[in-house]
Design a protein around this ligand. Structure first.
Ligand SMILES: *Cc1c(COP(=O)(O)O)cnc(C)c1O
Length: 402
């Protein structure tokens, strides 16, 4: 393991280190940053909010940033959402979604509906519930016998869709919810799957009464070319999870939104049917303010134009990458581009990530492959020449190690 790089500041697409180096942040600091580092507009809004109200308990109290953020998000979310539940990161947003879905059935006395349906190769976070519905991998090995029961299925394709439909129909009565990363499985290796078979799958899930939970923690806020990936699908979710880019990548905040139908299962005088879940920093006013500022910036024409530019340049670069024999599975979803790289000698395979990271850093670009999957997910403030530099460095690395 290389020593961590001491970062002293960030501006726009760049991170600056203690020893005076500048690095283009090609992965948006692990997928969170949308508008660049040290953004003066977001910083100013957070500062003003810090002088006004930095934090308050969110039970029995509410505040303007939380109310405004909910009012602003509800109309743009993909589907018919009516309520926003705040937490403080991506894992809690999915944890809340799972609890919300299971208690939805419990409150109605449908106690058989307890199982969760999830995709193999998925990632929904690192807390226990989130881990349970994520791919069972070496990262979670120590905990496997403590996880709850999950039905794992492959992502749908034309060859397996009939089998998947049958499986869901057979077990529907025991399934509370289906959690999925729409169109792109992020931490599982930037795996992209087709919308058409997914539409068929979601259709059957929806008609079987199973609640659909879209985990858009990574795909949200423009990454896949639309504001939310679910917009590219026909069936809209009952619950949606947001975090990462929600605050433009400046502060920790999580959102779990639900439809009126889900919410109504909790509207009763029976105190036992309350949704008991809260964190100290639930709906932190600074984080909500940062999210509002990020939405202001997202709505600007130059941000839309920049996203379009990234999408377009990614497609041409993907085309260009076809010439390299050492790389495979070149894929693009909007502003995200990924491919697999293999080295000639097998014994070096597990070193690919560290090698690529170190070679890229030497050339002023920050990349962090997931195993053999090299990918970029740049912030929307990136300039054309900066993106070209990232591409050039990637080509050089392929030449060197491919
Ligand atoms: C990152 C991620 C999470 C977890 O978010 P954290 O804020 O890191 O806990 C959950 N789901 C998806 C799809 C993610 O990419």
């Amino acid at each position: 393991m290389a020593d961590p790089v001491p970062v002293t500041s960030g501006k726009g697409s760049y991170l600056f280190s203690e020893n005076g180096n500048a690095y283009l942040d090609a992965i948006s600091s692990w997928w969170v940053n949308l508008h660049g580092h040290g953004h003066p507009y977001i910083a100013e809004k957070i500062y003003q909010q810090a002088l006004t109200l930095e934090q308050v308990i969110f039970a029995g109290f509410t505040h303007e940033p939380a109310v405004r953020l909910a009012e602003r998000l509800l109309p743009v979310l993909p589907g018919n959402f009516s309520k926003i539940f705040y937490s403080d990161n991506g894992s809690t947003s999915t944890e809340v979604a799972l609890k919300m879905a299971i208690q939805f059935w419990w409150n109605q006395g449908a106690t058989k509906r307890k199982k969760i349906l999830a995709f193999k190769n998925s990632y929904h976070g690192d807390t226990f519930g989130a881990m349970s519905v994520s791919d069972r991998s070496v990262f979670t090995l120590a905990f496997h016998d403590l996880f709850f029961e999950v039905i794992f299925i492959d992502t749908p394709g034309h060859s397996n869709i009939s089998a998947l439909k049958k499986l869901i129909e057979d077990q529907a009565e025991t399934i509370a919810a289906f959690i999925y990363e729409p169109l792109v499985q992020g931490a599982g290796g930037i795996k992209i799957y087709d919308a058409a078979p997914m539409n068929e799958l979601l259709d059957i899930v929806h008609h079987s009464g199973i609640l659909c939970i879209a985990d858009e923690v990574m795909t949200g806020f423009g990454r896949t070319g639309t504001l939310f990936a679910s917009e590219q699908l026909q069936v809209q979710p009952d619950i949606i999870c947001l975090s990462k880019g929600l605050t433009g990548g400046t502060m920790a905040l999580g959102i779990t939104a639900c439809t009126e139908q889900v919410y109504q299962a909790y509207v009763t005088d029976d105190k036992l049917k309350t949704f008991f879940h809260g964190h100290s920093f639930t709906a932190n006013p600074l984080a909500c303010t940062a999210a509002l500022a990020s939405l202001d910036l997202l709505e600007k024409d130059d941000c839309t134009a920049a996203q379009k530019m990234i999408c377009k340049m990614n497609l041409s670069f993907a085309e260009k990458l076809q010439q390299y024999r050492s790389i495979k599975e070149i894929r693009v979803s909007g502003t995200i581009l990924a491919f697999e790289i293999s080295r000639g000698k097998d014994e070096y395979l597990n070193q690919v990530s560290a090698t690529v990271t170190s070679l890229a850093l030497q050339q002023g670009v920050y990349l962090r492959p997931l195993g053999n999957t090299v990918y970029i997910m740049p912030p929307y403030c990136i300039a054309k020449n900066e993106l070209e530099k990232i591409y050039a460095v990637i080509e050089k690395i392929i030449d060197e190690i491919g």
